[in-house]
Design a protein around this ligand. Structure first.
Ligand SMILES: Cc1cc2nc3c(=O)[nH]c(=O)nc-3n(C[C@H](O)[C@H](O)[C@H](O)COP(=O)(O)O)c2cc1C
Length: 371
């Protein structure tokens, strides 16, 4: 499945894959797609190490890095990170802290053992750290794509990438937002439907992709609910130059999920991927759990804005995971989860996808003749 866009990257399958595990990125690239490392969980130092690891294993193939620079956030652009963290901490109301503890108490979730640190609670979804991540990434010769979520990337960041000869893609769930991204000179628009895992809008992929393809004159990647060769064929029929995928990689060996999470994926139906503000404060599609139910109950405190909600809940999430409290354990994931079956390697998943794509395309003339 080659397109002008995949040819321009020198890859042989127009499959773009988002994941935060370097091993998934490596395997996607080796199988002919373009892996994109989600950087939001990494500190700048961790990101450099991850990029070293990718480059030691990728054999000079092109890959990408995804940063998150939200257009609307409580974080302040340009502020020193420690200072920003202290300021944001003070914005979290006691009522919300009490609510988190009450849910943890209800499920007997123990505290972390003394000395064990919780996950970084202010992820790199702030202008200061995301810019540092962009600069680190642009120093790497094999990074050929920078991707941004949650709004148009700032014009000077787009220019910085272009000066380094690197293209910029950005995710959007609406046509009017896509137009703003084009105005900021973004090269590739990822039209992401509501089916998608993670932050998502309200418009379905089937409607959104042709709407954006018709509205702009830049290549579009279709995203949201794409995990099979048939869905790739559908995306290309809608005018996309390739597909951007996320959820499907969670069900792979290289993603390294816990056994509990793989089991939960296999038990879930598409209806169990709900759009909730419980995780980050912005609507994000995720596995429905008793944790999301607690936050989505209108009688409980409303989730905070970004990045406060994640800061509020980061340690609670660590406690839940450590205690293996299955009913509270979740992750961002899309409606595709309903189709997940056994865990396979990335290479196996891509081989199946390619074969299914060929089959789907070959069956179309026959179907239309019969119609
Ligand atoms: C676990 C998870 C985390 C995600 N985190 C990010 C992120 O940090 N940055 C980003 O641009 N997109 C993120 N996304 C969205 C994906 O990039 C992608 O747009 C989406 O998964 C596509 O829809 P699909 O899940 O139906 O494949 C995430 C998705 C998942 C499932």
């Amino acid at each position: 499945m080659r397109t002008d866009l995949s040819d321009s990257f020198g890859i042989d399958f127009a499959l773009f894959a988002f994941n935060y595990q370097p091993d998934v990125v490596i395997e996607v690239c080796k199988a002919g797609g373009l892996g994109v490392l989600g950087a939001v969980r990494f500190t700048p130092k961790e990101l450099s190490e991850a990029l070293d690891y990718i480059e030691a294993n990728i054999g000079g193939r092109p890959y990408g890095v995804d940063v998150v620079m939200p257009a609307k956030t409580e974080a302040v652009a340009g502020m020193e990170v420690g200072e920003m963290h202290d300021m944001l901490e003070k914005m979290i109301p006691q009522e919300h802290r009490d609510f988190v503890e009450s849910v943890l108490d209800k499920y007997d979730v123990p505290k972390l053992p003394s000395g064990e640190e919780s996950t970084r609670d202010l992820l790199s979804w702030n202008d200061t750290e995301a810019r540092e991540q962009v600069s680190i990434s642009l120093e790497r010769p094999d990074v050929k794509l920078i991707v941004n979520a949650l709004g148009p990337p700032p014009v000077d960041v787009v220019q910085q990438a272009h000066q380094a000869g690197v293209r910029v893609a950005a995710l959007t769930g609406r046509k009017d937002h896509a137009l703003k991204q084009v105005a900021n000179d973004v090269d590739i628009i990822v039209a992401q439907g509501t089916e998608a895992g993670g932050h998502s809008g309200e418009i379905a992929t089937m409607v959104l992709v042709p709407e954006i393809v018709d509205a702009i004159s830049r290549p579009v990647l279709a995203a949201g609910g794409i995990g099979s060769g048939r869905q790739v064929a559908a995306a290309l029929s809608l005018g996309a130059q390739g597909v951007w995928t996320g959820s499907m990689w969670l069900n792979t060996v290289e993603c390294g999920q816990s056994d509990i999470m793989y089991k939960k994926f296999h038990e879930a139906g598409s209806q169990d991927a709900v759009r909730s503000r419980a995780y980050t404060g912005k609507p994000a599609r995720q596995l429905r759990t008793e944790w999301t139910d607690a936050w989505d109950d209108p009688s409980t405190p409303a989730p905070l804005g970004m990045p406060l909600q994640f800061m509020l809940c980061a340690e609670a999430q660590d406690r839940i995971r450590r205690a293996g409290k299955e009913e509270l354990m979740g992750t961002p994931i899309g409606q595709l989860v309903g189709s997940f079956s056994e865990v396979r390697t990335v290479a196996e998943v891509i081989a199946t996808m390619k074969a299914d794509y060929e089959k789907a395309v070959a069956s179309l003339p026959r179907l239309s003749t019969n119609a």
